[in-house]
Design a protein around this ligand. Structure first.
Ligand code: PLP
Length: 396
C-alpha cells in the first residue's frame, strides 16, 4: 500500500482543491480511534465533523450495512421500502414533528425545508417567501443554502445567489423582529451555531424567537444538523431549550457515518404534495437501515444521558486547560460540542502539532478549536485527548 505522502501527492494531482486538508491519510477506524496509511494511531476528537456518533465502525452500524448490502441497496422512491418507513416512524415518534423526508446530505435537507417554507408562504401567507437567518450561521453549500448561510466569505465567489434571505445578528430577538415584514415566511436558526464557531445563545433566545414566530404566524425552522441526534445531551437540541420547531433538519449524526439528511415538519405546514420534491437516492434502504440501527441504538441506550455525563467531564478538563494557559480566553459549548478560543490565530499551528501528537482536532476559526468527538467517547479517552492537547499547548 502507498505511504501517506504518496496518497497525498495523488490527491493533489486529481482532486478539486477545495478542502484545506490536514496531512493525514486515514485508512481505518475503531471507536474513537483512527489509523493513518503509515500505521500511526490518532484519537479522533472530530468524529467525521460530528457525524460518527457511535464512533468508527460500531458493530451495530457495520452489521446493519452488511445485512442490508446483501439484501437490498437501492430501489428508487417509486416503491415503498421497509428501512425508510421504520426510520421515519422512529424519528416522528421521538420528536415533536409529524412527517419526514430523507435526502442525502444536510444541504439537501435544508433545501427541502426552504422549499416547504416557500410553498407554505405561497399557500398560507399571501406569497411571503423571505427567510430570516443569522450571521455566522451555516446551512450548506448549494446555491440556496449558501444564500441562507450568514457568512459572506463563502458567498462572494458565487453571487448572485438566489434571493429571499435576510440575515440578522444571532442571539438577538429584536433584530429578528425588526427584519420581519410582509414578505417574511420563516426564521431559520441553529440551536447552537456549529461551523460559525460554536456560538451558544442565551437560554431564553429560542423561546423568545418561538413566541415571535407564533405571534407573526412565521415558521420556525431549526437546523439541527449538528445539534441533533444526541449531540447536546438531548435527542434534539430544541429539547434543551424548551421549544418546538415547526420544521427541523437533521443529517450528520443521523447516519452515524452514512450520507443521509432529513427534514421533518409539523402536519399543519406539511404543504408539499406529489411531485413537489423527490430524490433518486434519498432514504434508500442501505442508508436508512444504517441510520435506523444507529438511531435506535442511541435511543435504546440513552446515549443523550451519557453525553450529559461526558459533557461535565469534557468541560471540566477544558476549564482546567484554560486555567493553565492564559492564551485560552474562553471555553464554550454544550454536550459534546465544544470550543476553546485563543487570544490569537494559533489554531492552525495547534492542529499541526496535535496531528504529530496523535490527536485530531478541528480549527473552527483561525483563533478557535472545536471538539465534536463520538458521543460514545469514554472519560479516559477525553483525558487522553486533553493530555495530548496540553502537551501541544506547552510546546507552542
Ligand atoms: N447545517 C449545519 C448546521 C451544518 O453544520 C452543516 C455542515 O457543517 C450543514 C448544514 C451542511 O452540511 P452538508 O455538508 O452535509 O451539506
Amino acid at each position: 500500500m502507498n505511504k501517506s505522502s504518496e496518497w497525498i501527492a495523488l490527491e493533489k494531482k486529481y482532486y478539486v482543491p477545495v478542502v484545506r486538508r490536514q496531512p493525514v491519510v486515514i485508512v481505518r477506524g475503531k471507536g474513537s480511534w483512527v489509523w493513518d496509511a503509515d500505521g500511526k494511531e490518532y484519537l479522533d476528537l472530530i468524529g467525521g465533523w460530528a457525524v460518527n456518533s457511535l464512533g468508527h465502525c460500531h458493530p451495530v452500524i457495520t452489521q446493519a450495512i452488511t445485512e442490508q448490502a446483501t439484501t437490498l441497496v437501492q430501489t428508487s422512491n417509486q416503491f415503498y421500502t421497509v428501512p425508510q418507513i421504520l426510520l421515519a416512524q422512529l424519528l416522528v415518534e421521538h420528536s415533536c414533528l409529524d412527517r419526514v423526508f430523507f435526502g442525502n446530505s444536510a444541504a439537501e435537507a435544508n433545501e427541502g425545508a426552504l422549499k416547504l417554507a416557500r410553498k407554505y408562504g405561497k399557500q398560507k401567507r399571501g406569497g411571503a417567501y423571505e427567510v430570516i437567518t443569522a450571521h455566522h450561521s451555516f446551512h450548506g453549500r448549494t446555491l440556496t443554502t449558501l444564500a441562507a448561510t450568514g457568512q459572506p466569505h463563502y458567498q462572494e465567489p458565487f453571487t448572485p445567489l438566489p434571493p429571499g434571505f435576510a440575515h440578522v445578528s444571532y442571539n438577538d430577538v429584536d433584530a429578528i423582529m425588526n427584519a420581519t415584514s410582509d414578505k417574511t415566511v420563516a426564521v431559520m436558526l441553529e440551536p447552537i451555531q456549529g461551523e460559525g464557531g460554536v456560538n451558544v445563545p442565551a437560554d431564553d433566545y429560542l423561546q423568545r424567537v418561538r413566541a415571535w414566530c407564533d405571534k407573526q404566524g412565521l415558521l420556525l425552522i431549526l437546523d439541527e444538523v449538528q445539534t441533533g441526534m444526541g449531540r447536546l445531551g438531548s435527542l434534539f437540541g430544541y429539547q434543551e431549550y424548551g421549544v418546538e420547531p415547526d420544521v427541523m433538519t437533521l443529517a450528520k449524526g443521523l447516519g452515524c457515518g452514512v450520507p443521509i439528511g432529513a427534514f421533518l415538519s409539523k402536519e399543519f405546514c406539511t404543504v408539499l404534495g406529489p411531485g413537489d420534491h423527490g430524490s433518486t437516492f434519498g432514504g434508500n434502504p442501505l442508508v436508512t437501515a444504517a441510520a435506523y440501527a444507529g438511531s435506535k441504538y442511541l435511543i435504546d441506550n440513552n446515549i443523550p444521558a451519557y453525553v450529559k455525563q461526558m459533557e461535565k467531564h469534557l468541560f471540566a478538563r477544558l476549564h482546567e486547560l484554560k486555567a493553565r494557559f492564559s492564551f485560552i480566553t474562553e471555553v464554550r459549548g454544550k454536550g459534546l460540542l465544544a470550543a476553546i478560543e485563543f487570544d490569537s490565530d494559533i489554531a492552525g499551528k495547534v492542529l499541526t502539532h496535535a496531528n504529530a501528537s496523535g490527536v485530531l482536532l478541528n480549527a473552527v476559526k483561525p483563533s478557535a478549536l472545536r471538539f465534536m468527538p463520538p458521543l460514545t467517547i469514554t472519560a479516559e479517552e477525553i483525558d487522553e485527548g486533553i493530555g495530548r492537547l496540553e502537551k501541544v499547548l506547552k510546546e507552542i
